[in-house]
Design a protein around this ligand. Sequence first.
Ligand SMILES: [Cu+2]
Length: 649
Amino acid sequence: MVESVFPKRTSIVRRRFVTGAAALSCGAAVFPALARKATIESMVSAELPEAASSFLLNVEKIPVRVGKQHAKGVGINGSLPAPTLRWREGDTVELQVRNHLHEDTSIHWHGIRLPADMDGVPGLSFAGIPAGETFTYRFPVRQNGTYWYHSHSGGQEQAGLYGALVIDPADKPAYTADRDYVVLLSDWTNADPMDIVSNLKFDGDYYNFRQRTVGTFLHDIRKDGLMASVRDRLAWGGMNMAPTDISDVSGIIYTYLMNGRSPAKGWVGLFRPGERIRLRFINAASMTLFDVRIPGLTMQVVASDGNDVEPVPVDEFRIAPAETYDVIVQPTTDEPYTIFVQSEDRTGYARGTLATHDGLLGPIPPMDPRPLRTMADMGMGSMKNMSMTGEPKSDPMAGMDMPSHEKTTPDSQSVEQDKTVHHHAAMHDMDMSNMAGMDMGNMDMPGMSMHHSMPHEGSSSSIKEQRAVSGSPAAMPETQPAKLKTGVEVQSLAPQPQNRLGEAGDGLDGNGRRCLRYTDLRALKPWTDPREPSREIVLHLTGNMERFIWGFNGKKFSEAEPIRLMLGERVRFVLINDTMMEHPIHLHGLWSELENGQGAFQPYKHTVNVKPGERLSYLVSADTPGLWAYHCHLLYHMDTGMFRTVVVS
Ligand SMILES: [Cu+2]
């Protein structure tokens, strides 16, 4: 394996190291499809196309040039990323997908609620599209908003087979804007996705150079003959040898793209001062969480995963792979504004500019310090939020200056009101689900008794309220992870998983900006299924970083039974993240109603990002029969086991 791996890696590292600092200022990374269009045209290319109901999509190999490197990607109709599709709610769409590759392909319509056989997951909802053949997707469009589509076959998603999907509402849109742009974010690599998996299996920190010692780093460089570039690389990356566990795959091999454009130039969206601009952010990256901000502008978050929410003014938000957020901005001056999108691990960024005319580029701010994982990320509770006696503070954000988050008050009030109930509920919950898997050795925390170690800190959402209400035997968890123990597939268990919905995420909280939190998301319309859930399905997100094995409840997909739901039933999924990484969990075909404390106005999502050491829950109405995929949307986590089948029958 090493033999086959290292030659490839040499070229990867060479490209990145050679272009590292330079590419950011002068290298070109233009995809042919976009390059064919002149500059001004490429600027309008992220504007929405005409809505249509019939499409012919040719999946094909596409030459790609990033810097001086030529590579092959997978795109559609000569375009990589694949073209933006615009549909109308109420239409029946028909999409003929013709496979010009020498391997199977597939298109999954991400977040779209449709018959299971149209969902596009090979081996689950259909057979896949063999080389040379055409498959016709046909289904009614019953929703509106910002979504996307991508391949569910092998590494094709990493290789470029993803595109934006915008659906016009049947009624008047909740929010109007003068301009409407898609901002599709992705992570490009010239490496073969299958090689990335084997490299990660070989060494979980393979792409995490900043975790290596100076010695091994230099050894690698010497081996690769890249001494000349070491200094540049060190300067650019601000080499820091402290341990870090942020991303599995990093800017070492990724170039971060905005609408297919590298940071060298970035994408440009035109505007006139005073206009309202809607930006539809889609994270189509395979492995990268992004932090998005536009220095000088406040963003009003108006939709999440395609669903309208009450406007939330923010300076910054984190977007996990597969999530979408719509924001509205209104620049009043004619200066250029940079859309600055850092990877969570701060090893690179994508960027674009909102400008009044072609050729204007906004300034690039310095990258923020890279986040460091904390006790909370290890599921050890949050020390900063615990008093000496171990009593929880009611509001995890207390003491932080977050002027725009008016909803902090109602949240913390509800915690106060329900404190007794919470405590009881938390203990009940611990008894039922967490005790079995707890490593008591980890509980040796001075000043904290077992009693105070319950996962109640910051539990401002309705989880506990709901559980108190539904705490009858009938509502006992049914899918319990039977005695989870640490081992090969479970490197660690979170002794104190906690509600972290009121946190923006590692590296964001306390950075001086108003950062979006899940608790801020409040749907414009109340939920359509007010029933209480009849049972809970508890899933631990587990893994072993060293071996790059990921799973639910300590099991890989290949070892696990499907999750069975009865058609029409309403259930609560409880997710407990025992790992030190975020996992954006995506349920196909059904909505996930995030229990974020907004009651009947909880937001509908298709992808829920679970922070390290976090426990969260969402409700699911099993209203569409069939086999549905359920998985982490980090491509290589899904690939190595964090995947389940959900059967609705
Ligand atoms: Cu994951």
